[in-house]
Write a protein that binds this ligand. Structure first.
Ligand SMILES: Cc1cc2nc3c(=O)[nH]c(=O)nc-3n(C[C@H](O)[C@H](O)[C@H](O)COP(=O)(O)OP(=O)(O)OC[C@H]3O[C@@H](n4cnc5c(N)ncnc54)[C@H](O)[C@@H]3O)c2cc1C
Length: 595
C-alpha cells in the first residue's frame, strides 16, 4: 500500500523559512491569518486527509464510479467522506465571508488542495471543480446570481462543474456547437447541446450541481468571439433559494478511463435547459478564463501532490527492501542483503523525485503568496506586479509540475521493481492518476504556447520582467559568496542562457510563428527548471546555516538535494537550449502524407 503523511514540516519550511507567510497577516482582511494559524489549519486538514480520504483512495480506484439510469454513484465511503469534508468547513476556506466563506488566504487553500490530492486525487476533483465555479461566479456574476448560488457552493451542499469540451472540440473551443436561445426573459436562455468529459458532471455527493456552460448565442459571431458563459443548474432554484424541479440537464454516460476512476467524467446532455448568462454576451471566454486559470494552478498542485505520495512511499520501500549489496561492500552484514537505498541508481531516482516535489512546492508557495497579494494588497502597483507574476507562472506551474509528476510517479514504480507494476502496492495507480494532469485544463503543449505566444509578449515583456528582475537581483547579491558558488554559479549560467533564448524565440517567432510553436514546450521546461533552480539555490543558502543546528537531517536533506539539482537536474537545460536553437525546420519539412 502507498504511504501518506501530510508534509507539515515542509509547509513550515516553505511558508516560514523560504518565504515569509507572516506577510499575509499584514494584508487587509487577512489579519488573523498568522503563520501559526496557517500551520494549525494545515495540521487539521492533514489529519482529515490521512484518516478519511487516503483510506478511500485504493478502494475508490478499484470500485470506480457507476452509472445506471442516468444516476452516477461514487464509490463506497465517498458520500460520507464528502459530508465530513463539507461539515468541517473545507469547501469554504478561501471563500468570501459575505457568502459564508472563511476568508482565509489562497496560500492555505493551495496546500490544503495539495494534501487532498495526495491522499485521494479523485475525491479532490469534486470540491476542486466547485472552487473554480465559485471563483467565476464570484468574479463575473450579478449580485442576484451570487446570492443564489455562492452560499451553496461555499458550504458544499451544491457542487460545480466547467462544461467546455464537446466531441468535435477540446483545445479549439471556437468550434463549440452548444447553442443558447434567448427565452424572452432578461438574461435567461434555453441551452441545448452535448458536453463530454465533464468532471463531477453527475454524482451523489451534493443536492444540486451548478454547471458553468460555454455556449453560442444563436446568431452570435462565429468562432471564439461568439462564445458566452451560462450558469445551468441541474435543479432549478426556487425563489426561496431551495432546490426546485429538474432542469433539462441529464448525464448520458460516464467514461471508463485510465486513472482517477473515482472521479466521475460525464457526458452531459443539455436539452432546452434553463441557463443564466454570466458576464457579457459573446465574452464568455473572459469569464471562463477566471475558472480556467484557477483550475490550471489546481492541476499543477495535483501533480505536486501525486509526486509527494509517490516519493513518501518509494523512500520507505527503498529503506526496507533488501536486494544486493552495496558496490563498496556490505553495509548491513547482519542482514541477508543491503536495503536498495545503498545503490546509486536507486538514489538517483529518489533524489529526482525529492528534487522535483520539494522544488515544485517552493514554486507553488511563491505563486500562492502572489495570489493573495494580487487580491488583497492595498497598493495597486503591488497588485499588478503580483497578477503579472501569476499570469507568467500559471502555464509553468500547470505543465512543469504535471510533467514532473508523471516522471516522479513513474520513477516510484521503478524503485518498486516488479512490485511497482502489481496493483496491490498502489504505485501504478499513482502513474495512472497523474497522467491526466498533463492533458486536461489545456494539454501541456497548449500551456507552452500560452507562455510563448501570450505571456512573453504581453505588455511589452512586463510579465517576464516580474520574474527576471528579482531573480537577477538575488543572483547578483549572492554571486560573491564563496559558500554559495556551487549553487549560484550554475543557476546564473542557466539564467543567462534563458534570457538569450527568450530573445531568440521572440525574434524568430515574429518572423515565423512555427518557430515559436517549435520552441514552446522546451522553452517552458527550461524556464521551469531555471525557476526551480533559483529556488533550490535559495533553499541551499538557508540550509547551509542550519545543518549544524536543530534538525540537522532535515537541512542536510535540503542541501544534498540542492546539490543534486545543480549537478544532475539543471544541466537538462543545456539540451533544451540546443533543441530550441535548432529551430522548426527539422519538425516542419516532412509533408503530412509522408508520416
Ligand atoms: C478525465 C478527464 C476529465 C476532464 N474534465 C473536463 C471538464 O471537467 N470540463 C471540460 O470541459 N473538459 C474536461 N476534459 C477535457 C480536456 O480538457 C480535454 O481533453 C483537453 O482540453 C484536450 O482536448 P482534446 O482531448 O479534444 O484534445 P485535442 O484538442 O484534440 O488535442 C490533441 C493533441 O493536439 C494538440 N493540439 C491541439 N491543438 C493544438 C494547437 N493549436 N497547437 C499545438 N498543439 C495542439 C494537443 O496539445 C494534444 O496533444 C477532461 C478530460 C478528461 C480525459
Amino acid at each position: 500500500m502507498t504511504i501518506y503523511k501530510a508534509p507539515l514540516r515542509e509547509y513550515r519550511f516553505v511558508l516560514q523559512e523560504l518565504f515569509d507567510a507572516g506577510e499575509l497577516a499584514t494584508l487587509p482582511g487577512y489579519e488573523e491569518a498568522t503563520p501559526d494559524l496557517l500551520q494549525s489549519v494545515l495540521e487539521e486538514g492533514g489529519k482529515l486527509c490521512e484518516e478519511v480520504l487516503f483510506p478511500l483512495n485504493r478502494s475508490g480506484d478499484e470500485e470506480g464510479c457507476t452509472f445506471e439510469n442516468g444516476v452516477v454513484r461514487t464509490p463506497k465511503g465517498f458520500p460520507e467522506a464528502y459530508k465530513l469534508f463539507r461539515e468541517g468547513g473545507w469547501t469554504s476556506l478561501a471563500c468570501d465571508p459575505e457568502y459564508g466563506g472563511q476568508g482565509l488566504p489562497h496560500t492555505l487553500q493551495f496546500f490544503v488542495e495539495e494534501m487532498v490530492s495526495s491522499a485521494n486525487m479523485s475525491f479532490g476533483m469534486y470540491p476542486g471543480l466547485s472552487s473554480g465555479c465559485y471563483s467565476a461566479i464570484h468574479r463575473h456574476g450579478t449580485a442576484a446570481q451570487k446570492r443564489k448560488f455562492l452560499p451553496h457552493l461555499v458550504d458544499g451542499t451544491w457542487s460545480g462543474t466547467m462544461c467546455l469540451t464537446e466531441p468535435q472540440c477540446g483545445t479549439d473551443l471556437g468550434q463549440i456547437r452548444t447553442k443558447a436561445e434567448p427565452s424572452g426573459k432578461d438574461g435567461v436562455y434555453r441551452i441545448t447541446g452535448t458536453k463530454i468529459f465533464i468532471s463531477a458532471g453527475e454524482h451523489d455527493l451534493t443536492d444540486n450541481i451548478v454547471h458553468l456552460v460555454l455556449a453560442r448565442i444563436v446568431g452570435g459571431p462565429a468562432g471564439i468571439r461568439g462564445i458566452s458563459l451560462f450558469i445551468v443548474p441541474k435543479f432549478l432554484v426556487k425563489e426561496d433559494g431551495t432546490v426546485g424541479p429538474r432542469n433539462g440537464v441529464r448525464c448520458g454516460s460516464i467514461e471508463h478511463k485510465m486513472g482517477i476512476k473515482a472521479s466521475s467524467t460525464c457526458v452531459i446532455n443539455f436539452e432546452d435547459a434553463e441557463g443564466y448568462l454570466i458576464g457579457e454576451a459573446h465574452k464568455g471566454m473572459r469569464a471562463m478564463f477566471t475558472m480556467m486559470n484557477a483550475a490550471r494552478l489546481g492541476v499543477g498542485l495535483q501533480g505536486l501532490a501525486l509526486g509527494e505520495t509517490a516519493y513518501q512511499t518509494a523512500r520507505q520501500y527503498a529503506l526496507d527492501r533488501l536486494q544486493g549489496r552495496s558496490l563498496k561492500g556490505d553495509k548491513f552484514p547482519d542482514k541477508p542483503a543491503d536495503p536498495i537505498i545503498v545503490h546509486p541508481d536507486v538514489r538517483r531516482m529518489l533524489l529526482t523525485m525529492k528534487a522535483y516535489t520539494e522544488g515544485a512546492r517552493a514554486l507553488a508557495g511563491w505563486v500562492s503568496l502572489a495570489l493573495d497579494r494580487a487580491e488583497r494588497h492595498a497598493d495597486p502597483e503591488a497588485r499588478e506586479e503580483a497578477e503579472d507574476f501569476i499570469g507568467l507562472m500559471t502555464p509553468i506551474i500547470k505543465a512543469m509540475l504535471t510533467d514532473n509528476a508523471f516522471a516522479a510517479t513513474n520513477l516510484g514504480v521503478q524503485i518498486f521493481g516488479g512490485h511497482g507494476y502489481i496493483r496491490e502496492w498502489g504505485m501504478e495507480q499513482l502513474v495512472r492518476d497523474s497522467r491526466i494532469t498533463m492533458l486536461y485544463e489545456g494539454a501541456n503543449g497548449i500551456q507552452a504556447l500560452d507562455l510563448v505566444g501570450r505571456k512573453l509578449p504581453m505588455h511589452n515583456g512586463r510579465l517576464l520582467r516580474r520574474f527576471f528582475h528579482p531573480v537577477d537581483a538575488w543572483l547578483k547579491a549572492h554571486a560573491d559568496k564563496p559558500e554559495l558558488q556551487e549553487f549560484v554559479s550554475p543557476v546564473m549560467k542557466a539564467f543567462a542562457r534563458l534570457q538569450q533564448v527568450t530573445a531568440l524565440v521572440a525574434q524568430k517567432g515574429m518572423v515565423d510563428p512555427d518557430e515559436a510553436g517549435a520552441a514552446a514546450t522546451e522553452y517552458l521546461r527550461a524556464f521551469g527548471l531555471v525557476a526551480i533552480g533559483f529556488l533550490w539555490a535559495r533553499v541551499a543558502e538557508l540550509a547551509l546555516k542550519k545543518t549544524n543546528g536543530e534538525e540537522p537531517l532535515f537541512y542536510k536533506g535540503k542541501l544534498a538535494t540542492a546539490r543534486f539539482y545543480m549537478a544532475r537536474v539543471l544541466p537538462e537545460t543545456n539540451a533544451l537550449f540546443a533543441n530550441i536553437a535548432a529551430g522548426a525546420k527539422s519538425l516542419m519539412e516532412l509533408e503530412a502524407e509522408a508520416f
